[in-house]
Ligand binder design. Sequence first.
Ligand SMILES: Nc1nc2c(c(=O)[nH]1)N[C@H]1C(S)=C(S)[C@@H](COP(=O)(O)O)O[C@H]1N2
Ligand SMILES: [Mo]
Length: 198
Amino acid sequence: MLGKFFRKPEPEQSDRVPPGQHLAKGFPVLTYGETPNISTDKWELKVWGLVKPVTFNWSDLMAMPQNHFTADFHCVTRWSKLDVQWTGVKVTDFMSHLEIDPKAVHIMEHCYGGYTTNISVADFLREENFFAHTLSGEPLSADHGGPMRLVVPHLYAWKSAKWINGLEFLDNEELGFWERNGYHKRGEPWAEERYGSI
Ligand SMILES: Nc1nc2c(c(=O)[nH]1)N[C@H]1C(S)=C(S)[C@@H](COP(=O)(O)O)O[C@H]1N2
Ligand SMILES: [Mo]
């Protein structure tokens, strides 16, 4: 698998590449199904379930503090990309606008196009997670999840929902698309949580 699409990590990078992963050349696109085309003036993010329901639009997100992020990206199909440069809104800043029922312990991420993926509130509420609208200084392209995606650097990238449009707060763990199809409920790359037990 090394060669055209992958390269071996430099020694100083190797402790940042999880077991069983290779560094990708470029930034591959990994999408199941069609790529939705959503303009910023149509884009919305709804929250519902065990939370006070609210709908955010593009200007709501732009009015929140904007930050630059450098994050490593690990796809379960065994490619990783280090130091991806993004701009967007920290999940913790976004969450300060929500009134969450304390019974909420899990979240289903929903996307334009119907993709879903589940995450615990604890994994979601980490300081390093963010909503991204800019990649390497350019507006995030549709194939990488533009206009807005989630990035959860500490889990396999299938948890980083592209074209995100909903967060459903739950009192129990439900499974998203890949999780129902044999992938791990949590997906921690350093523990190689690739596949579920069923
Ligand atoms: N809506 C949606 N989000 C998604 C996916 C998808 O198919 N649909 N693929 C996931 C997977 S498996 C990976 S590895 C990353 C890929 O992001 P990229 O295409 O920007 O590299 O997006 C994740 N988020
Ligand atoms: Mo992936």
